[in-house]
Design a protein around this ligand. Structure first.
Ligand SMILES: [Zn+2]
Length: 264
C-alpha cells in the first residue's frame, strides 16, 4: 500500500490570496512530487496537509480529497484549481507586477520560468477557466464574468427599433478585452460588415459554432486551428453597436441556441 500525504484544498483555492501561507519548512511529505503550479497552490494556502492512502493501483481509499479517484485525478483537479489561481495572478498583473503575497514566498524567477513552461506550446495569454483540450464550447470566452447587457431572445433592436431575435448575448466588456476560444476550433470565417463589425466564426466539434461580433481586432485567420482557451480576438465597438461589448452567439448544428446555457 502506498501512502502519500498530499495537500488538500478545503476552500476555494483561488480565493485565498492574502490568507496565511504554509512555511516552506512545513511542506507536507509528497510536496516535492508536485508540479510547481501545484506547489504554488499549496503555498497560497487554502490547503491543509491531508494524509490520503492509495492502493497499489493508485486509487485513493482513505482520507480522500475526492473519493475513489486516483492520485493523478486528484492532482489534475488541483491543477485545474491552480489554473484559476494563475489567472487571478494575471488579473493582478503578475508576473509584471510582483507585489503579491505569493511572491514573498516563491522565488520569482522560478515562478516566471514555470509559468513560461506551463504555457509553452499552448498560447499566451490563455484562459485557464477553459479546460485545455475541450472541443465543445462550454466555457466563458472572457476572463472575467461579464454583465449580460442584452440577453438572447426577441427584443426591440436598440438601433433599428425593429422587433427581432437577438441571436446571442451581449457581454459588457471594455474595448480591447481579450476574447478566448471556449473550445478547440477551426477558424471558419473572419470578416467585417456594417452590422457585426469585425466578426469571427469558430467551427467546433459536433456541429457547434461560436460567433463573435463588434470586435476591435481578430488575432487569428481563416483556416487556423485554435486551441481551447487561446486568444482569438479583442472586444470593441465596431458595427451596429451602442457601446463596447462582445456579441457572443452559438449555433448547434445550424440552430442558434441561448449561449447562457453554455456559459460556465
Ligand atoms: Zn448582440
Amino acid at each position: 500500500m502506498k501512502k502519500l500525504i498530499i495537500p488538500f484544498c478545503i476552500l476555494f483555492c483561488f480565493d485565498a490570496f492574502g490568507a496565511g501561507f504554509l512555511k516552506a519548512e512545513s511542506f507536507p511529505k509528497g510536496f516535492q512530487d508536485l508540479s510547481f503550479v501545484q506547489k504554488v497552490q499549496v503555498l497560497k494556502s487554502g490547503y491543509e496537509d491531508w494524509e490520503s492512502e492509495y492502493d497499489a493501483s493508485g486509487v485513493c481509499i482513505k482520507n480522500c480529497a475526492y473519493k475513489g479517484v486516483t492520485l493523478q485525478e486528484d492532482l489534475d483537479r488541483m491543477n485545474a484549481q491552480t489554473g484559476r489561481a494563475i489567472q487571478k495572478f494575471y488579473s493582478l498583473g503578475y508576473p509584471v507586477g510582483q507585489n503579491t503575497n505569493l511572491s514573498q514566498q516563491v522565488d520569482k524567477s522560478d515562478y516566471i520560468n514555470t509559468m513560461q513552461t506551463y504555457y509553452a506550446g499552448e498560447c499566451s495569454p490563455r484562459n485557464p477557466y477553459i479546460k485545455p483540450g475541450q472541443t465543445e464550447p462550454f466555457g466563458y470566452p472572457l476572463i472575467e464574468k461579464a454583465k449580460i447587457t442584452s440577453p438572447y431572445g426577441y427584443r426591440k433592436h436598440p438601433i433599428s427599433g425593429n422587433n427581432s431575435l437577438h441571436k446571442g448575448v451581449d457581454l459588457s466588456a471594455k474595448e480591447g478585452t481579450n476574447v478566448f476560444a471556449p473550445a478547440s476550433a477551426i477558424v471558419k470565417k473572419v470578416w467585417s460588415d456594417s452590422d457585426c463589425g469585425n466578426g469571427l466564426v469558430l467551427q467546433h466539434s459536433n456541429g457547434f459554432e461560436t460567433l463573435y461580433c463588434h470586435l476591435s481586432g481578430v488575432t487569428v485567420k481563416e483556416g487556423d486551428n485554435v486551441q481551447a482557451g487561446c486568444l482569438i480576438a479583442k472586444t470593441g465597438n465596431t458595427g451596429k453597436s451602442t457601446g463596447p461589448h462582445l456579441h457572443y452567439a452559438i449555433k448547434d448544428n445550424g440552430e442558434y441556441i441561448d449561449p447562457t446555457r453554455t456559459l460556465r
